[in-house]
Design a protein. Sequence first.
Length: 452
Amino acid sequence: MTAGPTQADQATQAARAAEAARAAEVGHARSGDVALLAVAVIAATMTHYRVYARPGVLILVVAVVALGWAVLRGAGWRTPHPVSVAVALALSLAAQIVEPPHRNADVTGLLWGGVWLGAAVTLLAGLLLVVRPRWRWPLGGGLLGGLGLAYGLVVAGSPRARIDVWVILQGASLGVWHGLNPYTMVYDQVPPGQVNDCFNYLPMTFLAPAPSRLVFGDVRYAEAAALLAGVAALVWRTRVSSATVRTALPLALLTGLLAGSLHDVQQAWNETLLLGLLVGAAVLADRGRGWWAVACVAVALATKQHVVVLLPLLAFWPSFGWRRAVAAAAGGAALSLPWFLWDPQRFTTCTVSFFLDLAPRHDSLSIWHWLPTGVGTPLLLLTGVLGYALAVTRLPRDGAGLLVGWGVILGGWDLVNKQSFLNQWLLVAQLVVAGLALATASRSERSGAAAT
């Protein structure tokens, strides 16, 4: 004898049906497509070195405005059309071929193997839009493995990245193992004119990849693994909906295939860690693992300073709430506290004063250097308020809405900030694409609940 549904089950089904009805009423039918194409354009154009000037900033202004309009019109509830996903994949493929990551590193044949493998994975991801449903999951899993191999080849094929970030990370991760304080170290072999006497990030940036530095000799393998883990979490989350929704798996994979992702891995930028952590938090929250999600946010807060800008949004999400938001903040502070206590002045100088005193760069991909004196900071605050208003009022209170909301907030921040570059803009694009992938999976579940 089979038991009937409990009152709790009936309430859950009713809530999902109501959500499905709400999703059908919200916004413009093509808002999801506009959001996807806006961030695909951001990622594709920012990879080319020639856009680090006025044309690049104009592209960003248009793309950020388009993203804001899309969210206002309900992008967080909408599944992008397969044609839009195909166009986004094509943009990423074209950018990978036109501007591969070879300008700022020592290059070997393995690098080109990684570049072409990444391009092949991007091309084959388009097949997920047309193959039979039963083949999507096996093909998606194979492409995920190919993506991981491409990351590994890019790291192995770029034995030395000509950038201060990689050099200081290599030194800090090894130095901390020998009992040194990374915030008081001086780093040899930093390229001329770049920072060699201050570690500018928070402690998890050198703690998380330390095992990779010790075992494999390079911190970038750990960073690539974190990025791949975030993509894998999305692929796993979309495994059910991929049988009925063609765009689920391609969107999940696109998060790690966006133009600039290989360059991010190669240059050791810690946005690779952030993407894995923030996507992990959203997926875990969706699956009812709230405290594990809090742990992910706490580690992200102890990785890069401006993640604190994203923290207040958690208070508005039922899976977190203000108590868990406070717990995440406390966790991030606890992870950083030992390094502050070790040398308070040095820690504060390198992680706070350095950025506050930093002069605006004329090649920054932002509008800061176009603004009259004294206008930048108020406008930065205003964009933050607008980003939060869009996120809180126009996005679903699930993992998809959280990721898209974070992307919108950071997009406004980067547009006005006095120093924004490819790595910051790529994170915006990745968060929005990841959110759309989760929205696709969630909509599939809501449609099933409504049908039931």
